[in-house]
Write a protein that binds this ligand. Structure first.
Ligand code: PR8
Length: 470
């Protein structure tokens, strides 16, 4: 799998019934039923987190050229990636309309109309929409797409810089919680100046490590300061009656979340889904013979009902196919638990259950304790999958004080931590010399630290990370 992650990934998307990327527009794919369910459960998790403090809204897909062009740095960052609508039927439009690459320029003119007083603040909205980016880098299903079909974007407005800074920290915590539910490990770093979101004061990014040793940016939180408020005239009357520009943050996740669930947890047999987002927690495979079929199916139904009453998602696979083929199919689809039950099991009052993550098979008694035993197994799977993934990520960090070692370490699949003076020219020179990307600042170094920058030899301010990135 590591040798050819890309091939493995495409095969899983197909065999796992996740998406079909043969749609005849580059960078755009079709969600298939099983994939759509994983997407649905992932969204439910995120919405539960968002709904505690945010409100959901829905903005139009099209943005007038005039609005998109307003924020100079922002538009510069996206100009090469915008799809334009220029015609309505046969008629040329008076004004070009952009397919949103992200929604700042759609949302903020409306914020300007809605926000009047400090009483209206903070305002915390989110939407789950598709966005379009004409990516020029090599496109890959879910990872780098031109239609981001599941863009989860939050936009907040605040009355003070301090509150806005706090929101950025809270959003980082919210994303941590989200990724923790999925057992997806991450590095959090403050992106270097040259890699921050166009128009932001600074960007905090989540990256994970994919099996091919490349890091993938899986979420970003941007502190926008007052830049957009000044451009879009988002002002409010403060408690003293004076008018001030508001402070803003925004943060986003994409289809990459699903790519990461697949990549981080999968193995050579296929998907390994965390119970939190698996369409079925348990798949029952009845071993059916003519004379005992009804009895076995009746038992399966009873187990299903018992488990469902406890919130466990159960699917009985009674398709007319060999059990071996079904085992294989559910291994590819990554169902966390597979339970087999046939006439002999009924006689012995036993059943066997297999964990997808470890492939371990256990015998369980068919009694009143079955539901509890399965619940406990699901919890264990959740914890084990997460610790395994986090451990792998932690072990992937290597530290060096010698710039010449970076290439070798990254080729071994490592993410490299190094000391940096924090200066832009030094950072850019390090990227140039090594050919890799600086993820950003991982930790600030203590003032008393005597560490020196790996490139300039001057006093280092930060421990930074560098990696081969997607
Ligand atoms: C914003 N505005 O837009 P961001 N394919 C898949 N995933 C992608 C792609 C792509 N082509 N491009 C970006 N992502 C802000 C925040 C509203 C919300 C993913 O931020 O441009 C990346 O994981 O940083 C990225 O972190 C996230 O979307 C948000 O995009």
């Amino acid at each position: 799998m590591v040798e050819n992650f890309s091939e493995w990934f495409h095969e899983i998307l197909d065999k796992g019934n996740i998406i079909d990327s043969r749609y005849p527009i580059k960078g755009m794919s079709v969600w298939l039923p099983y994939g759509f369910q994983i997407r649905k459960y992932t969204l439910e998790l995120l919405k539960d987190l968002f709904d505690k403090e945010h409100e959901e809204v829905l903005f139009p897909l099209l943005v007038p050229e005039e609005e998109l062009a307003k924020e100079g740095i922002h538009v510069k960052g996206f100009e090469e990636e915008v799809y334009w609508v220029t015609q309505g039927g046969n008629k040329e439009l008076n004004e070009k309309l952009a397919l949103r690459p992200t929604s700042e320029t759609a949302i903020y003119p409306m914020f300007s109309l809605w926000i009047r007083s400090h009483i209206d603040l903070p305002m915390k909205y989110y939407q789950i929409v598709n966005t379009f980016r004409y990516e020029t880098k090599h496109t890959r299903p879910l990872i780098r797409v031109r239609e981001i079909s599941t863009f989860k974007e939050a936009h907040t407005v605040h009355a003070s810089q301090a509150e806005c800074n706090q929101q950025v920290e809270d959003a980082v915590e919210l994303y941590k919680e989200f990724f923790d539910y999925l057992g997806i490990p991450y590095f959090i770093s403050k992106r270097p100046e040259w890699d921050k979101f166009p128009g932001a004061d600074y960007t905090m990014a989540f990256d994970t490590l994919m099996p091919d040793g490349k890091t993938l940016q899986i979420g970003t939180v941007h502190n926008l300061g007052q830049t957009f408020a000044k451009t879009f005239d988002i002002t409010f009357e403060n408690e003293k009656g004076a008018h001030e520009y508001a402070y803003q943050s925004c943060y986003g996740l994409s289809d990459r979340v699903i790519a990461t669930i697949i990549g981080v947890h999968g193995d050579e047999k296929g998907l390994v889904l965390p119970p939190t987002v698996s369409p079925n927690h348990l798949t029952i495979i009845p071993i059916l013979f003519k004379d005992s079929k009804d009895k076995v199916l009746e038992k399966c139904m009873q187990i299903k009902e018992d488990l469902e009453s406890e919130g466990i998602r159960v699917y009985i696979d009674d398709r007319d196919m060999r059990p071996g083929k079904k085992f294989f199919d559910w291994e590819v689809k990554g169902t966390p638990l597979r339970l087999e039950i046939g006439p002999k099991d009924l006689e012995n009052n036993k059943t066997s259950i297999t964990r997808r993550d470890t492939l371990e098979k256990t015998e369980l008694e068919l009694n009143d304790e079955l539901t509890e035993a399965i619940k406990a197994m699901l919890m264990t799977i959740d914890i084990d999958m997460s610790s395994k993934a986090f451990e792998k990520l932690e072990n992937s960090i290597a530290y060096t004080e010698n710039i010449d070692e970076i290439d070798g370490l990254i080729k071994e699949g490592k993410v490299v931590a190094f000391n940096w003076d924090g200066k832009n020219p030094t950072g850019e020179a390090i990227e140039e010399e090594t050919g890799y990307d600086i993820l950003g600042i991982h930790k600030e170094l203590d003032d008393a630290s005597d560490k020196l920058c790996i490139y300039s030899g001057e006093k280092a301010k930060y421990l930074a990370l560098i990696a081969k990135t997607y």
